[in-house]
Write a protein that binds this ligand. Structure first.
Ligand SMILES: [Cu+2]
Length: 150
């Protein structure tokens, strides 16, 4: 009986401590959310840049466009049907990027300077095809993924 009283007296401060610690130690979801918001902001700007450069929305192209802007592939995860051609377009002002399907054992694309592009036709078995930017994949986390469906 005494023990349970002690436990009860300890419980509220411990609970408070746990809640405070929990709040302090759980920036994970917060960061993930702000990363996501940041990416959306960058991708919206990338689309604007695309339209400035090419005079039409990227969705008006006969191929699927992935823009490269501010160390970000937009969209970062893209789902396409088998046989679809995907074109990466650098809409940055100064930075060059590349596209490298390293896990699939492909060679890295040439370095793409602003306004340059490179494309792949995904005539491949359905699955996930991750890729990265050669110069910015590691340190800047510039990576993307194409999911191919039948
Ligand atoms: Cu890059």
């Amino acid at each position: 009986m005494r023990r349970s009283i002690v436990v009860h007296r300890l419980a509220p401060p411990l609970l408070t401590l746990a809640l405070v610690l929990g709040a302090a130690l759980s920036p994970g979801p917060t960061f993930a959310t702000s990363d996501e918001a940041e990416r959306e902001r960058i991708c919206a700007k990338a689309e604007k840049r695309y339209q400035e450069l090419f005079g039409k929305p990227s969705s008006a192209e006969p191929v699927v466009i992935v823009t490269m802007y501010k160390y970000t592939f937009c969209p970062t995860v893209l789902t396409v049907k088998r046989g679809t051609t995907v074109r990466w377009v650098n809409v940055d002002k100064r930075t060059s990027h590349s596209v490298w399907l390293k896990e699939a054992g492909k060679e890295e694309s040439d370095r793409l300077f602003p306004e340059e592009s490179w494309e792949i036709t995904y005539d491949v078995p359905p699955g996930e095809y991750p890729y990265l930017c050669g110069p910015h994949g590691k340190e800047e986390g510039m990576t993307g993924k194409v999911i191919v469906t039948p």
